[in-house]
Design a protein around this ligand. Structure first.
Ligand SMILES: [Zn+2]
Length: 555
C-alpha cells in the first residue's frame, strides 16, 4: 500500500492558490452565485461512442476532475461528474481497427456524388456489436469507456444518450426545442453553407426509412427532413425532406419525435443536454470553440445559462500535427502506459492546458522525472504552495509520500551502460547508491525500472551509435580511466565529477561541454547522457573505467 501525504488546508490557503484549476473553480463559483441552484454542482465530459476511448478522453476527465476537486475545497459544496456518451448518433464512418468492418458498413451513412445522401447512419446504440460480445456497438464502446475510466479511479456517473432519449427523460426538453424550433434554426443557419441550410433541422427524426419514401430494415437518423407542421399532436410532427437546392423531395410524413423517435443535431443536443441535465461546468477542445459558442446561444434560447469551462489546446504529434482520434496519429494511451504511469500522463495534461504541446514518446523521460520532483517537493510544502503543486491536482489532494531515489534518465543510462534491464541488477545499483532507501522507495523504483527497460529497448537502443574518439578525446578518456581506477568505488559524486572535469581541462577544451558531448558519443553512443559524477558513483568507478577502456578498444 502506497503511503499518502495528507495535509490540511485553511480557507485562506485555498483562496490564495493560483494554479489553473483553482482559477477555473473561482469562475464556476461566480456562475453558481448567478444561477442560484441547489447542489449537486454538475460537471460534464462528453464522449462520442463510435470509437474507442483515447488519450484525449483521459485528459478531459482528468482535467475536469482537477477543477472539481479545487471547487470542492473552495466551497465545500456537493458535486457530480457526468460522463455522457452520445450513443444515439448515427454512424458516419466505419472506424479503423475494428473487426467486421463490412457488417458495420451496412449501418453507415452513405453520401451521393451531389452532396446528398443515399442513406443515413443508424444510431450506434442500434448497431450490432462488431466484437460480438455486447448488446450493441455503443454498448461495447460504453463498456470500454467505463472500464477505462474505472481503471484510473475516476469518480463519475455514466449517462447514455440513447437511454435518456428512449426512456423519455429528454422529452420535456425536446418539446421545448420544438417550441423554439425556428429560433434555434435561425441561430444555426448562418454557420452553414447554403446547400446545408435547406436541409438543416435541429431535430433529426429516427425512423426505418430514408425520409424520401424508401423504407429500410434498420433505423436511420434522417438528416434532410425539416419540420413543416409542429402541431399535429402530442409529439407528432409533420416533416418534409428537401434536396440541396431547397426543393421538396418525397412526400411529407408524420412522425413521433418523443421517446427515442428523434435525436437532436449535435450542437443542439449539446445545448439541450446542458439545459436538461443542469450542467454547470464543461471544458472542450479548441477545435470546438465555435460549437461551444453556438451551443451556448442555444441553451440561452431555451432559458438556461451555458456552463463555465474553457477550450483547451489539442496535443500535437511528432510532426506538430494535431492528434486526432480518427487518424490515430501521435501516441495512444496504451503506448504511454507501456513506458510510464498514468500519474505521469495526468501530470503532462495538467501543465499549461491552453498551450499546444507535443505529446510523443520523447517527452516521457522528462515528464516522469518532473513528476517525481514535484512529489518530493510536496512533502515540505504547506498552504497555497502545496495546493499549487501539480501533484495535489494529479492525485486529487492525496499524492504519494515515497519517490524513487533515482531518476528515470539515470535508470536509462544504467540499463544502457550495464547492458542489462534485469530488475535485480538495477535494484542492486540503486541500493548501493542509496543504502538508506526505504522499502517503499525501492518499490517505487521497481515500477520505474520496468518502464525504463522497455523504453530503453524501444527508443534508445535502436538509435545508439558509437563513434571513434579524436586524438584529444582519446587522451582525455585514457586519463579519466586511469584516474577512476585510482579513486576506486565509494566516493562522493563530486569527487568523480571533478575527475571528469580535470580530464577535459587537461586537453584545453575551449568549451567543456564539447568534452562531455564527446564522452557520451564515444562511451554511451548517445549525444547526451547522465551527470557523470552521479553515474560513476552508482555504476562504480572501476566499472565506469572498464566501460571507457572498452570504448577505446572498440574504436
Ligand atoms: Zn462487446
Amino acid at each position: 500500500m502506497t503511503a499518502i501525504e495528507t495535509k490540511t488546508f485553511t480557507a485562506n490557503d485555498a483562496d490564495a492558490a493560483k494554479s489553473w484549476p483553482f482559477q477555473e473553480a473561482r469562475r464556476l463559483i461566480r456562475r453558481m452565485e448567478r444561477v442560484k441552484k441547489k447542489d449537486p454542482v454538475i460537471f460534464e465530459t462528453g464522449y462520442g461512442p463510435s470509437g474507442l476511448p483515447h488519450i484525449g478522453t483521459f485528459q478531459e476527465v482528468a482535467r475536469t476532475t482537477m477543477v472539481r476537486r479545487a471547487f470542492e475545497l473552495l466551497t465545500g459544496r456537493e458535486t457530480k461528474l457526468i460522463c455522457f456518451s452520445d450513443d444515439m448518433d448515427g454512424l458516419r464512418k466505419v472506424p479503423d481497427n475494428i473487426p467486421n468492418r463490412e457488417m458495420l458498413a451496412q449501418y453507415c451513412e452513405e453520401g451521393n456524388p451531389n452532396g446528398g445522401w443515399i442513406r443515413f447512419g443508424t444510431p450506434v446504440s442500434d448497431i450490432p456489436d462488431p466484437f460480438g460480445c455486447c448488446e450493441s456497438f455503443a454498448a461495447h464502446n460504453n463498456k470500454k469507456l467505463r472500464n477505462f475510466l474505472d481503471s484510473f479511479g475516476f469518480e463519475y456517473e455514466f449517462i447514455s444518450a440513447a437511454q435518456k432519449y428512449k426512456s423519455g427523460q429528454f422529452d420535456d426538453a425536446i418539446k421545448l426545442i420544438l417550441k423554439k424550433y425556428d429560433e434555434i434554426r435561425a441561430i444555426v443557419l448562418p454557420t452553414l453553407g447554403v446547400e446545408r441550410q435547406h436541409t438543416y433541422s435541429p431535430i433529426l427524426p429516427i425512423g426505418n426509412h430514408d425520409g424520401l419514401g424508401k423504407s429500410s430494415e434498420r433505423a436511420q437518423v434522417i438528416h434532410c427532413a425539416r419540420i413543416v407542421d409542429k402541431g399535429v399532436g402530442d409529439g407528432q410532427v409533420l416533416l418534409q425532406s428537401f434536396d440541396q437546392a431547397g426543393m421538396p423531395i418525397g412526400k411529407p410524413f408524420v412522425h413521433n419525435i418523443l421517446s427515442g423517435g428523434c435525436k437532436l443535431q449535435w450542437k443542439v443536443d449539446w445545448g439541450m443536454r446542458w439545459f436538461a441535465l443542469g450542467v454547470d461546468y464543461e471544458m472542450a477542445g479548441e477545435d470546438l470553440t465555435e460549437s461551444t459558442k453556438l451551443s451556448s446561444r442555444i441553451v440561452r434560447a431555451l432559458g438556461g445559462e451555458p456552463p463555465e469551462g474553457f477550450n483547451f489546446q489539442l496535443f500535437l504529434d511528432e510532426h506538430g500535427k494535431k492528434i486526432s482520434k480518427s487518424k490515430g496519429n501521435g501516441i495512444s494511451i496504451d503506448e504511454w502506459l507501456t513506458y510510464a504511469s498514468p500519474e505521469s500522463l495526468a501530470f503532462y495534461g495538467y501543465q499549461a492546458p491552453k498551450k499546444a504541446k507535443k505529446l510523443y514518446f520523447d517527452v516521457i523521460p522528462k515528464t516522469v522525472d518532473e513528476y517525481w520532483t514535484w512529489v518530493q517537493k510536496y512533502r515540505d510544502q504547506e498552504g497555497e504552495k502545496a495546493l499549487d503543486n501539480p501533484v495535489w491536482h494529479v492525485h486529487q489532494g492525496k499524492p504519494p509520500v515515497d519517490a524513487p531515489p533515482v531518476s528515470f534518465a539515470l535508470l536509462l543510462n544504467l540499463v544502457s551502460a550495464s547492458g542489462s534491464a534485469d530488475p535485480n541488477v538495477l535494484r542492486g545499483f540503486v541500493k548501493k547508491y542509496r543504502p538508506d532507501a526505504s522499502e517503499a522507495e525501492l518499490a517505487a523504483t521497481d515500477a520505474m525500472i520496468a518502464f525504463a527497460g522497455r523504453y530503453f529497448d524501444d527508443f534508445i537502443k535502436p538509435h545508439k551509435k558509437f563513434r571513434a574518439p579524436d586524438a584529444g578525446e582519446r587522451a582525455a578518456l585514457e586519463m579519466l580511466s586511469a584516474r577512476l581506477k585510482e579513486l576506486g568505488d565509494g566516493l562522493e559524486e563530486n569527487d568523480y565529477q571533478t575527475a571528469v572535469f580535470d580530464a577535459g581541462k587537461a586537453q584545453n577544451y575551449e568549451n567543456i561541454r564539447d568534452w562531455f558531448k564527446g564522452l557520451y558519443e564515444v562511451v554511451f553512443g548517445q549525444s547526451d547522457g547522465p551527470r557523470m559524477g552521479a553515474f560513476t558513483r552508482i555504476f562504480g568507478a572501476a566499472a565506469t573505467a572498464k566501460l571507457i577502456d572498452e570504448a577505446l578498444a572498440r574504436a
